[in-house]
Design a protein around this ligand. Structure first.
Ligand SMILES: Cc1ncc(COP(=O)(O)O)c(C=O)c1O
Length: 459
């Protein structure tokens, strides 16, 4: 479809002046000829953000924040301003604490290690969780808690909602129940329903919402939905800085977290002659050691930048591109009529983000190895991702790997992914493209052109 037709079909694409912004603010994208399709891996930063941050660093002296000298207090002032900006961005107001962390994984770890699991408690996960959420089950297991997974359907990679509701309303476990799920899948782009938060609460659960893959392209309004704990990484929202994330903790769920140790910055008092210590009564309880005080102010700059672009505009534009790509990719056929691409997960743009996973097939319907696709994409400067994206549940579903097969594999004591492929005689992995704030029609056309090179013609 040429651009004129595309614009006729998707008028919302042109509502914002993003093409000009891309030229001005993300010039390196086109200057270096990169086709960037890994926004879920990490977002891109604008010229505005780095210029603002550079000038900020150039014009101030910042000291370690744990003091009351002028340079230290300046760092604290900017950290607190940024904290407020983060809470405002998510409309969390006074209901939440914002704990700065290194990334979403550290935020999730804080909940894992501090949640008061015991032999009467329960952790409920989805098949579609990032490993940084899956890993929480190890904390639960060590404290004698049980855990369980809610499955997804193979056809659209959405959750079997009946099963989930059964598990949420089951009264077998009454004590310290944690339900942890992603607002959006980092692999399939499926948006999981935020209404489950309220249902879980009504049934006595605490809810950990992993919002890392959701917030780069969606507004999260914590006045409307109120998970107890929320994890995010800022580089996924606006590219720069890396190394800063946050755990948002609903104030009424704060005391439930039982921090297992203390460290610099987290105590109001600790002694070496007495075993007692007193943890700080606010978010600093979980901010261990020195915060990334030079980068944290860049988070506020990033949030301001996203507000300037407008999340609504980002979302509308991405909806058009994703809808278009989904249709085009699924229409690519070999000359014998066989499909080139199988898209996993939702095949249309309903309740999904702009992340798409797929596999390529030859005219005889054999899967083309993902490594080959990646290699060829790299030759064309296209950044895609292959593998299982730290989300083994989706990988096991899309490659039809059963728990029986895995049991035999794991009991063979091999932990090498490639051994597993040999062992199971099945491929692992898929190809993921993820679009983001600066993706455009031309990127999509380039990718479609790349895919067409795999089409077998009869001559
Ligand atoms: C849904 C989701 N959760 C958690 C993470 C972990 O984020 P980080 O690597 O920034 O800690 C990711 C990273 O891709 C993710 O997509």
């Amino acid at each position: 479809m040429n651009k004129e037709l595309f614009l006729q079909q998707y008028p919302a694409y042109a509502v914002a002046n993003f093409d000009e912004i891309r030229k001005e603010q993300y010039a390196q994208l086109d200057e270096t000829g990169q086709i960037y399709f890994d926004y879920t891996g990490g977002n891109l930063y604008s010229k505005y953000q780095i210029e603002q941050h550079f000038s900020f660093l150039q014009n101030h002296i910042f000291g370690n924040p744990h003091s009351t000298n002028p340079t230290s207090m300046l760092s604290t002032e900017y950290i607190e301003q940024t904290r407020k900006a983060v809470l405002n961005f998510f409309k969390a107001n006074d209901d939440y604490y914002c704990v700065f962390t290194a990334n979403a994984t550290q935020a999730l770890k804080i909940v894992g290690e501090s949640y008061p699991f015991d032999h009467k408690s329960y952790l409920l996960l989805l098949f579609d969780n990032h490993n940084s959420v899956n890993g929480i089950r190890e904390y639960a297991k060590r404290k004698g808690a049980s855990f369980d997974y809610c499955p997804v359907y193979l056809d659209d990679l959405r959750i079997d909602e009946n099963k989930l509701l059964q598990k949420l309303t089951s009264s077998n476990f009454k004590h310290n129940k944690l339900f942890a799920y992603p607002a959006q899948s980092n692999v399939s782009g499926v948006k999981h329903d935020l209404k489950w938060i309220e249902i879980a609460h009504q049934n006595g659960w605490d809810v950990l919402l992993d919002a890392a893959a959701f917030v780069p392209t969606n507004s999260l309004n914590l006045q409307e939905v109120k998970p107890d704990y929320v994890s995010v990484s800022f580089y996924k929202i606006f590219g720069y800085p890396t190394g800063v994330g946050a755990l948002l903790i609903q104030k009424k769920a704060f005391e439930k977290l039982d921090k297992p140790w203390f460290a610099g910055g987290t105590v109001s008092y600790a002694s070496v002659t007495m075993p007692e210590f007193f943890l700080v009564e606010n978010q600093e309880r979980f901010e261990e050691g020195t915060l990334n005080y030079l980068s944290i102010p860049a988070v506020k700059i990033g949030l301001d930048w996203i507000a300037k672009l407008g999340m609504d505009a980002i979302q509308k534009r991405l909806f058009c591109l994703t809808d278009y790509l989904l249709k085009e990719l699924q229409n690519l056929k070999h000359d014998n009529g066989k499909n080139l691409i199988h898209v996993f997960g939702p095949t249309n743009s309903d309740k999904r983000g702009s992340t798409i996973i797929m596999n390529f097939f030859d005219a005889e319907e054999n899967k083309i190895e993902v490594e080959e696709i990646e290699q060829k994409a790299t030759q064309k400067n296209i950044s895609i991702r292959i593998g299982c994206f730290c989300n083994p549940g989706i990988d096991e579903i899309t490659n039809c790997i059963t728990s029986d097969e895995l049991e035999v594999f794991y009991s063979s004591r091999s932990d090498n992914k490639f051994d597993k492929i040999h062992f199971l005689g099945k491929m692992r992995g898929a190809i993921r493209i993820s679009l983001g704030l600066m993706s455009n029609y031309e990127d999509c056309m380039y990718f479609i052109g790349f895919c067409k090179e795999f089409i077998k013609t009869s001559e």
